[in-house]
Design a protein around this ligand. Structure first.
Ligand SMILES: [Cu+2]
Length: 79
């Protein structure tokens, strides 16, 4: 999926690799840190793929990385 697939509303999607997520607690901890950030509309933690996908407007990639780090997880931007 490409950023901007939704027809130009300014929404984009960024996926992060978070290798240590393993259970619902991880999902809740990360969601609670990332969801309140400016522009974030949705946070999807995939426990199988070990990724966090954030959808929103004018996302601050570094702020999201810092938030996941604050939750206690190693994180990298997934290319
Ligand atoms: Cu967990």
């Amino acid at each position: 999926m490409e950023p901007g697939d939704d027809g130009g509303t300014g929404m984009s999607t960024v996926t992060y690799s978070v290798p240590d997520v393993s259970c619902g607690h991880c999902r809740t901890a990360i969601t609670n840190e990332v969801a309140p950030l400016p522009g974030v509309h949705a946070v999807d933690v995939d426990l199988g793929a070990k990724t966090v996908t954030v959808t929103g407007e004018a996302l601050d990639e570094q702020a999201i990385i810092a938030a996941i780090d604050d939750a206690g997880y190693e994180v990298a931007l997934q290319e």
